[in-house]
Design a protein around this ligand. Structure first.
Ligand code: ADP
Ligand code: MG
Length: 326
């Protein structure tokens, strides 16, 4: 179906009809602005992430449903990294003539599926035409009590560094896609990441992390952001990085330096956080019932340098830290 036949308002109407009612949404899609009731006492968390065809996704690798899910997931991950509870989102689309109405509906299907999974509601957005590249942007609003919000700037010398899940899988998936493979556990991680919303909120509500970030640019780059914001350095044990079984088995066949791939590959959307040394036991007990694992990978030191060492304590060097846009 041609989008010109459906029209901008036809499309918005079709999207609006599929949104679940939410008692806290006073005015949703269809007015000049949305209106929502804040939770009493909560601070708002606001984040925006844009995905551009040819830069963030390749339509020969992904399908519209996964693309919709991922666009919301990367935004959910940013709220997770603040320890927040995600609530509402706005979705903006720039649509080139090559994109059909069915394609957009499938993107919205994926997005609303993920929205239901995490209890967030679509409340508006913007729709326009584009000359060439399909672009999606989401602005997500979350909430958390002001004293519970976790930033990047609170890491202290002596704190332990942890990461959830496993790292490197998404980067491995991208290598596999580029080499012609179309299906694998790593490709699934790259095309359809699951944000660690519950873990982020649990940690924040327990007041455990001194700093937290989600791994989007690569573990070293994102740890670098914490170090810079906190004015500290870190010692990282590269042999302790949690790798999936699939990564251990296959990364060496598609990449010359798998360990480097795990440290610098982006888009894992795991949480990287620091915790005071004397609260180590609380991390394990808090997350013991959770399906997501958490691994201690190093500690914070004074100074501003990130030191990497292997199992024998020997220094490790890497050629770059992670993804850079410019
Ligand atoms: P305005 O001209 O006032 O900016 P629009 O025509 O851009 O209004 O949008 C009309 C309504 O549809 C608004 O409530 C807006 O939030 C919503 N909307 C527009 N595009 C989208 C979209 N892609 N997804 C969800 N809601 C949308
Ligand atoms: Mg508008």
């Amino acid at each position: 179906m041609n989008l010109a036949e459906v029209g901008e308002f036809g499309l918005i109407g079709r999207i609006a009809r599929r949104v679940r009612p939410d008692a806290a949404v006073l005015i949703g899609i269809g007015d000049d602005a949305a209106s929502v009731l804040p939770t009493s006492g909560a601070a708002s968390l606001l984040t925006s992430d844009m995905l551009v065809e040819g830069i963030h996704f390749d339509l020969t690798y992904t399908d519209p449903v996964r693309l919709g899910r991922k666009t919301l997931s990367v935004n959910l991950s940013d709220i997770a990294a603040m320890g927040g509870d995600p609530r509402y989102f706005l979705m903006s689309l720039a649509i080139p003539p090559t994109i059909t109405a069915e394609f957009i509906e499938a993107v919205v299907d994926g997005m609303l599926e993920r929205a239901d999974q995490f209890g967030v509601t679509l409340i508006g957005g913007d729709t326009c035409s584009a000359r060439q590249d399909f672009t999606l942007s989401i602005t997500l609003l979350g909430e958390q009590l002001p004293g519970r919000v976790i930033g990047r700037g609170g890491a202290q010398p002596g704190d332990l560094v942890y990461v959830t899940g496993t790292v490197g899988d998404a980067a491995l998936g991208l290598c596999e896609l580029r080499s012609g493979l179309r299906q694998s556990p790593a490709i699934e991680r790259h095309l359809d990441p699951l944000p660690r919303v519950e873990v982020g909120r649990l940690l924040a509500e327990a007041g455990l992390p001194t700093a937290m970030i989600d791994v989007s640019d690569g573990l070293l780059a994102d740890l670098g952001h914490i170090l810079e914001c906190s004015g500290v350095g870190a010692e990282l044990a590269v042999d302790d990085l949690p790798l999936s079984g699939y990564f251990r088995e296959t990364a060496g066949t598609v990449h010359p330096a798998p360990r480097e791939l795990a440290m610098t590959g982006g888009e894992d959307y795991e949480l990287l956080f620091t915790v005071p040394l004397d609260r180590e036991m609380e991390v394990a007990s808090l997350l013991s019932g959770n399906a997501v694992s958490v691994t201690r990978i190093g500690h914070i030191v004074a100074g501003e340098t990130l030191h990497l060492h292997d199992r024998k304590g020997m220094p490790v060097t890497v050629s770059h830290r992670g993804y850079r846009h410019f």
